[in-house]
Design a protein around this ligand. Structure first.
Ligand SMILES: [Zn+2]
Ligand SMILES: [Zn+2]
Length: 324
């Protein structure tokens, strides 16, 4: 399913099966989850995709062919491919354990072709083994919703009372991990979205309300997954002294001005960009222990446009996954 120009629907086409480079594996794709980032790419809010582009960066599949230098995997292995697809290994960020910020990073389904396809190639360094507990479709959302959610949760530090704004794919995974870590979840949903509230409470949130409401307790941290800048000052107002607002998305509408008083007392705001391989290894080890259960709505590959439309309209319960 090919994106030829931003703002247009994906087109179903026949392409030649890619051949793996020396450090790459050829993967037969079994499932690929649909991420909000894909919407930002398709809608043109992320402005520098390779075009034409096969989107998709939450890929689960089996290794079909090995590049000549591949040693980490064998043919037939089940692997997952995340958003971070390649790093230089040499820049200051790569050498400092911040490969997520690599100057030359390439991203799956953005600067590299991704998983809305029957086959894809990926650098062996950025493929993860998938825990056995999960089916292909259930595992797919772990690759971004799970990983970025996990990185966001780590940024929240030791916060006991944790607010989550936007209760979609990432939030439904983070809530389970946070509960396992004995934190309290306060879920903020679109005002009036009773179904999302119920979903959050079912996942163990101690409180669920509209994003315009105040929680019953001051929060130690808030993670914002919704791409809505106006939520930043709202989340700051819900924080206790020393609290942090973590923005988990790659794109957000502008943040309105706000009085310094709501940032004062050592509150802070940070963003989460991409992931490191270490995040992936830690999270893939943690997920089956919780165990994280992913709620998925599956679509055949050729219905990718339908899946994107439903995500845009806020109609997906948990995560949308294309199955091949
Ligand atoms: Zn680098
Ligand atoms: Zn993503």
């Amino acid at each position: 399913m090919l994106l030829e120009r931003a703002g247009e629907p994906l087109r179903k086409i026949e392409m030649a099966t890619p051949s793996p480079g020396a450090d790459q594996v050829l993967i037969q794709v079994r499932a690929c989850a649909v991420c909000r980032t894909d919407l930002h790419v398709v809608d043109g809010e992320l402005t520098e995709p390779k075009l034409p582009l096969v989107p998709g960066h939450e890929i689960v599949g089996t290794v079909e062919q090995l590049g000549e230098r591949v040693t980490r995997f064998d043919i037939g292995d089940r692997v997952g491919v995340p958003w971070l697809g390649w790093t230089c290994g040499e820049c200051l960020f790569c050498r400092n354990g911040q490969e997520n910020l690599c100057d030359l990073a390439k991203f799956t389904g953005y600067s590299l072709d991704g998983g809305y396809a029957e086959y894809t190639v990926a650098d062996q360094r950025f493929c993860f083994p998938i825990p056995e507990l999960y089916s292909d479709a259930e595992a797919a959302p772990l690759l971004c919703a799970g990983l970025i959610g996990y990185r966001s949760l780590v940024k929240a530090g030791a916060a006991k009372r944790l607010g989550i704004y936007g209760f979609g794919a990432a939030a439904h995974i983070v809530a389970q991990v946070a509960k396992y870590q004995q934190r309290e979840i306060y879920a903020f949903t679109r005002p009036g979205d009773d179904e999302a509230k119920r979903f959050a409470l079912d996942l163990g949130a101690v409180w669920a309300g509209g994003s315009n409401e105040s929680p019953p307790e001051k929060l130690d941290a808030a993670i914002i997954f919704a791409p809505v800048g106006a939520l930043v000052p709202q989340a700051l107002r819900a924080l206790d002294k020393g609290g942090i607002v973590v923005c988990g998305g790659i794109h957000m509408s502008d943040i309105p001005t706000f009085p310094y008083a709501i940032l004062w007392e050592e509150r802070s705001i940070c963003s989460v960009a991409n992931l490191t391989r270490r995040d992936g290894e830690e999270f893939m080890a943690l997920a089956p222990k919780v165990p994280v259960h992913t709620e998925v709505e599956t679509f055949p590959l050729e219905e990718a446009n339908e899946a994107l439309d439903r995500l845009r309209a806020g109609k997906i319960h948990g995560a949308a996954v294309l199955v091949i």
